[in-house]
Design a protein. Structure first.
Length: 191
């Protein structure tokens, strides 16, 4: 039990997918201007990461490994992720058109979000059993959501801050992201 708690903490903070592994930067920068869009994207990513990691773990262990075709994992994983993203997109378009519109092009880009594929591959490479994979995938994606929300709140405040003209917009956002990354890497003993 304590090893699962350690894994959860490490996934959420120490190995944060955005700030320490630098995966998922495109939606991090693209959708973090408004908190509502960041929350929507974060929840969609949580859903896709947890479900795709579960499906890819099962496919890898019970199909690819059994047939000795592990070399196809990347292609299979991408197909699973693309299918799940399509499901999320259809669901959001029907249930919440405003959120669907706010996420815009970034929603279908979850398919190519390297964080989703990265987590699926990390689960296999680290040899996690199903429960460990589930804990890791859940908390790494919740860490993604957490950072998206924190960063969006900071960006909303920065829009009204007296920032020099040369630093307005993306430059100051990148500086804040770098400071956040430095803070998070300190948890892992890096630096």
């Amino acid at each position: 039990m304590s090893s699962l708690i350690s894994l959860a903490f490490a996934a959420f903070i120490v190995q944060n997918i955005i700030l320490t592994q630098f995966l998922g930067i495109c939606p991090f920068l693209g959708v973090s201007r408004k908190r509502s869009a960041a929350v929507g994207m974060g929840i969609a990513v949580v859903f896709v990461i947890v479900l795709s990691s579960s499906i890819t773990w099962l496919l890898y262990h019970y199909v690819l490994a059994e047939l000795h075709i592990e070399y196809l994992r990347t292609i299979v994983f991408i197909l699973v992720i693309a299918s799940l993203v399509q499901m999320v997109e259809i669901f959001l378009k029907k249930i919440s058109p405003a959120l669907y519109k706010a996420l815009g092009i970034y929603l279908p880009l979850i398919t190519t979000n390297c964080a989703v594929l990265g987590v699926a591959i990390i689960n296999i490479n680290n040899g996690y059993n199903f429960l460990e994979m589930l804990v890791y995938s859940t908390f790494i994606s919740l860490g993604f959501l957490f950072v998206m929300v924190i960063f969006s709140m900071m960006r909303e405040k920065l829009d009204f801050a007296p920032v020099p003209k040369a630093f307005k917009g993306t430059p100051i956002a990148l500086i804040v992201a770098a400071i956040l990354a430095l803070i998070f890497t300190r948890f892992g003993g890096i630096v």
